[in-house]
Design a binder for this molecule. Structure first.
Ligand code: ADP
Length: 208
């Protein structure tokens, strides 16, 4: 990701969570607040140009429920951020970046550290995986997502998440991580995520 013109790191909120936990939904909601800008790597890959060789490769990986290789994921994220800056959509000196779906591995976490100052990590989760599976089945119909339509691929994505996320989280100090129970009613999640983000960013503003 290109750094800001002053070489500062992007002020960033990370959204972590297994498939179906609502990273995209809560990322979009936070991104609607003035001064926040949302980027989802999953969405970025889903809209990749499949005419290109790279695009085809990424699409094949996603359809299997595997992770896009770290270097490709980070390069594509950097290019995407560059584009949003050029368009004036993301203003690195003013906006907080809400990053959903990145990092997913410890290596990605290390790559991100060169460009982002992470202010808080929202770890969306719930103990009952079946609630998430039911949401994914519904999303498969509503959003026509190929990777949500197949039960075996859904289960594989959970397994990939479980195997990578601990190491990715270990790259950050524990006190940055805030857990949000996504089996709660949506208004409750809205209230708790807003309160967490407000608390974290205002504490930061006070420190100057
Ligand atoms: P979900 O969390 O439901 O799997 P996402 O939209 O976040 O949904 O991701 C969809 C797919 O995009 C992933 O299964 C993976 O193939 C790819 N992907 C998204 N983010 C990354 C990333 N940071 N690194 C590698 N692959 C990624």
């Amino acid at each position: 990701m290109p750094s800001t013109t002053t070489g500062e790191l992007y002020k960033t909120i990370l959204l972590f969570g297994p498939p179906g936990s609502g990273k995209g939904t809560w990322g979009k909601i936070l991104g609607m607040i003035p001064g926040f800008y949302h980027i989802s790597t999953g969405e970025m890959f889903r809209t990749i140009d499949t005419e290109s060789e790279l695009g085809l490769r990424v699409m094949e990986i996603m359809q299997k429920g595997e992770l896009v290789p770290d270097d490709i994921a980070f390069d594509l994220l950097k290019q995407h951020v560059q584009k949003t800056i050029l368009l004036g959509a993301f203003r690195p000196q003013k906006d907080v970046l809400v990053l959903d779906g990145f990092p997913r591995t410890s290596r990605q976490a290390a790559m991100l550290a060169s460009v982002a100052a992470v202010k808080v990590i929202l770890q969306l989760d719930c103990a009952d995986r079946e609630i998430l599976v039911a949401r994914l089945r519904r999303r498969a119909v509503l959003e026509l997502r190929a990777d949500d339509a197949n039960e075996a691929i859904i289960r594989h994505r959970f397994a990939v998440y479980e195997s990578e996320i601990r190491e990715a989280l270990d790259q950050f100090p524990d006190d940055l991580i805030e857990r949000v129970d996504v089996s709660a009613p949506p208004m409750h999640i809205l209230a708790s995520t807003s309160a967490i983000v407000y608390k974290r960013l205002s504490a930061e503003a006070q420190r100057g």
